[in-house]
Every structure is written in structure tokens, then in C-alpha cells.
Write a protein that binds this ligand. Structure first.
Ligand code: IMP
Ligand code: MG
Length: 170
């Protein structure tokens, strides 16, 4: 196994997620929020964010994939769709990392047909230098350089999701 270097430790992650929660609480005052987690990487971030909010948070999940090993394939496949209606609801997409932007571009288009009242995006990480499709990301935890990052939900061939920090592989 390659050596893993710590990029963002647990304390920094939690402090920043706390700040994001305050911002979201302010923007969604008195509203119920549908957290739409993108499986599987968003799970730890989704919980850390949700537990810091006073709003009613409804959990929904959708599964898409776009990644093989460390190379983006560019093609998005929908594996699991939402079962319940999100019509008229305020949806906050929860993502682990925005890389090329293809996944979110695909999802925004996919969600339109379901007529939600609003759709915003919260991501723990963003790699702006890798963007192929420009999109507006409403809440960003940390901007990172073009390194392959793992942990806190992010995987390397399905492994390392359970690291309690964000690391990178040289
Ligand atoms: P995008 O469609 O290119 O924006 O890719 C988004 C998806 O690629 C994320 O949800 C991740 O699953 C995956 N991804 C992108 N960069 C990394 C990385 O550095 N480590 C692990 N997964 C990544
Ligand atoms: Mg993902």
C-alpha cells in the first residue's frame, strides 16, 4: 500500500463543517431540507453536516459513478435513483468532491424532471483546477489542489473511505 499523507485533519474538517452548518442554517431558516447524498463518498460528510443543523433534515440517496481507479472515465452512470417524490422540496445535494463537474452537471439535469422547489450543492472538497464543466457550487468546505485524495468517504478503488481525515497518495 502507498503511503498516505494527511492533508486535512479531523479537527480542521469538523471546524469547517461547523461553519458550513451555520451558513446553511441561516440560508434555510425554518425550512425542511432534503439532503441528497451521492453514494457512496458523501456519507460521512452528510452525517457530520446534518447533525449540526436545527432544521428537519430528510435523507435521500442517489448513486452514480464516473470514476475508475484514479482516472475519470467522463461517462456518468445512474445506479440508484430516488424513490420518494422531491416535488416542491428544497434539495441540497451532498457531495464528497467536485472534480470535473460532470457528475453534478448530470445530476442537476436529472433532478429538473422531478420539479423540486430549489436545488443547491454542498461539497466537502473542490478541485477547481480540474473543472471541465463550470457550475455554481453553493457551499464548499475546502478547495484542494490537483492531488488524489482519500478518506472521510473518498475512496481509492473502494478502499480508505473510513479514514477519519483527508489524506493524499503521492
Ligand atoms: P466529477 O464528476 O469529475 O466532478 O467527479 C466527481 C467524483 O469523482 C466524486 O464524487 C468522487 O467520487 C470522484 N473523485 C474525484 N476526485 C477524487 C479524488 O481525488 N479522490 C477520490 N475520488 C475522487
Ligand atoms: Mg463520488
Amino acid at each position: 500500500m502507498e503511503e498516505i499523507n494527511v492533508l486535512i485533519n479531523k479537527a480542521r474538517l469538523e471546524k469547517r463543517i461547523d461553519e458550513m452548518a451555520r451558513e446553511i442554517e441561516r440560508d434555510y431558516e425554518g425550512k425542511d431540507i432534503v439532503f441528497l447524498g451521492i453514494l457512496k463518498g458523501s456519507v460521512p460528510f452528510m452525517w457530520e453536516l446534518a447533525k449540526r443543523l436545527k432544521n428537519n433534515v430528510i435523507f435521500e440517496f442517489i448513486e452514480v459513478s464516473s470514476y475508475k481507479g484514479t482516472e475519470s472515465t467522463g461517462k456518468i452512470t445512474l445506479h440508484k435513483d430516488i424513490k420518494d417524490s422531491i416535488e416542491g422540496k428544497d434539495v441540497l445535494i451532498i457531495e464528497d468532491i467536485v472534480d470535473t463537474g460532470r457528475t453534478l452537471d448530470f445530476l442537476l439535469e436529472h433532478l429538473k424532471q422531478k420539479n423540486p422547489n430549489s436545488v443547491k450543492i454542498a461539497t466537502l472538497l473542490s478541485k477547481p483546477s480540474r473543472r471541465v464543466i463550470e457550475l455554481n457550487v453553493d457551499y464548499i468546505g475546502f478547495k484542494v489542489e490537483d492531488k488524489f485524495v482519500v478518506g472521510y468517504g473518498l475512496d481509492y478503488d473502494q478502499k480508505l473511505r473510513n479514514l477519519p481525515y483527508i489524506g493524499y497518495i503521492e
